[in-house]
Design a binder for this molecule. Structure first.
Ligand code: UFG
Length: 326
């Protein structure tokens, strides 16, 4: 297929572009490089530097290179930052996406795969979390993604738009060539690896009084290559008039303390830690029930072990000590 990928210079987007191109798809990336990296964009993809909210730029790109479907990764994606900059998050993630959807549909693109999030579930009533669980985000970031999922449902009903929302749990790991390079970095695994490399003095553990076995927050870490594979499969189940949603996780939770000890095992180095207050907007436990993705997408995570996920992240970091910089 001919695919338009927004955010193809970001972490999950760039790894997915790599997988799509390897799978024989033709890809055009639109990214404003606000948080993404030009070097992360696969050389086989066409590249347009633009904001997804720039309807004229998006329409011009599609007229130049028509596409069959949109994969929309571009977004601000930090829980903590979203609580400090709600206007920016609504403007970018909701306003920007609505403008993008208007532009692509005006150019004849009626199939959309949307990057959504486990943050939709807030503090779930039970775990693992099925897609039918109550959607009640506890941070602005999750709320922005929920608003777009709702818009996609209405657009399916009113215009026949076909969409799949993929609710990622915690993306982690790397492909051989592409990995995680956020600036500043706020995600747990790359931060722990920075401490191992001596770039940071210690890991702050945000809260050790959660209602979890060791008191630290539990997340479902999913290999970014498994996420990429799910996008390829999602393209196959797009149906006119249907807005579908799938959880993407391993169904196994790891606590912050377990992640730190796994990094110590993988790298053979000690990791100094210090307990700090809880971070605003964080849920105690987010673990996926991804059985729907397994049955409907035929998706099966191939790298479910946390050790392997950390090994791949570590290998990429060692090969790219400055990330995508110098
Ligand atoms: N954490 C620490 N210390 C750190 C960084 C993180 O203790 O220095 C903790 C967090 O408080 C959280 C866990 O490690 O409990 C994971 O934090 P991340 O920042 O790595 O990831 P989040 O769970 O906050 O968020 C990620 C994505 C979101 C997505 C969410 C869904 O960034 O986009 O997963 O689970 F919504």
């Amino acid at each position: 297929m001919r695919l338009l990928v927004t955010g193809g210079a970001g972490y999950v987007g760039s790894v997915t572009v790599e997988a799509l191109i390897e799978g024989g798809h033709e890809v055009m990336v639109i990214d404003d490089l606000r948080t993404g990296h030009r070097q992360a964009v696969h050389p086989g993809a066409a590249f347009v530097q633009a904001d997804v909210a720039d309807e004229a730029a998006v329409r011009a790109a599609l007229r130049h290179q028509p596409c069959d479907a949109l994969l929309h990764f571009a977004a601000l994606s930090l829980v903590d930052a979203s609580m400090r900059d709600p206007h920016g998050y609504f403007q970018n993630n909701v306003g920007g996406t609505l403008a993008l959807l208007r532009a692509v549909t005006a150019e004849g693109v009626h199939r959309v795969v949307f990057s959504s999030t486990a943050a939709l579930y807030g503090t779930p009533e039970r775990t693992p979390i099925p897609e039918g669980a109550t959607l009640s985000p506890e941070n602005v970031y999750g709320e922005t993604k929920l608003q777009i999922e709702r818009a996609l449902q209405w657009l399916a009903r009113t215009t026949g738009l076909a969409s799949v929302a993929l609710r990622y749990f915690n993306a982690a790991g790397a492909s051989g060539e592409r990995g995680e390079d956020h600036r500043p970095e706020s995600h747990l695994i790359p931060i722990v690896l920075d401490v191992v490399r001596g770039v940071r003095p210690e890991v702050l553990i945000f809260g050790d009084d959660y209602p979890t076995p060791d008191g630290t927050a539990v997340r479902d870490y999913i290999h970014v290559l498994d996420l990429a594979d799910a996008h390829r499969r999602a393209l196959e189940v797009l149906e006119a008039g249907q807005a579908k949603a799938y959880n993407l996780g391993n169904g196994a939770g790891s606590s912050v303390a377990e992640v730190i000890s796994t990094v110590q095992q993988v790298t053979g180095r000690e990791v100094p830690t210090r307990v700090a207050p809880r971070r605003a907007g964080d849920s105690p436990v987010l673990v996926a029930d991804a059985s729907l993705a397994r049955s409907e997408l035929g998706w099966q995570p191939r790298r479910p072990e946390l050790g392997e996920i950390v090994e791949d992240a570590w290998r990429w970091r060692q090969a790219h000590p400055h990330g995508y910089g110098a």
